[in-house]
Design a protein around this ligand. Sequence first.
Ligand SMILES: [Zn+2]
Length: 71
Amino acid sequence: MGEVQCRVCQRIIPYPERYLAIDEADGVEVGKGETVRYCIECAIKKGYARYKEMKGEMVLTFFQEPDVSKD
Ligand SMILES: [Zn+2]
């Protein structure tokens, strides 16, 4: 129960580790659909997350809605 598995690499993601959960259908992010979970590494590979340098530290940022905010 409550075990989180990465869809791409099939790795079980241990509790303290962060992961990304999005609703996806046919590989496209949608409001309704199957909830897909990615480990950080695979989320980065898919372009859903990236490391950004802030104040000299690498901070992980997620893109839940790519191409929405363009400030
Ligand atoms: Zn993975």
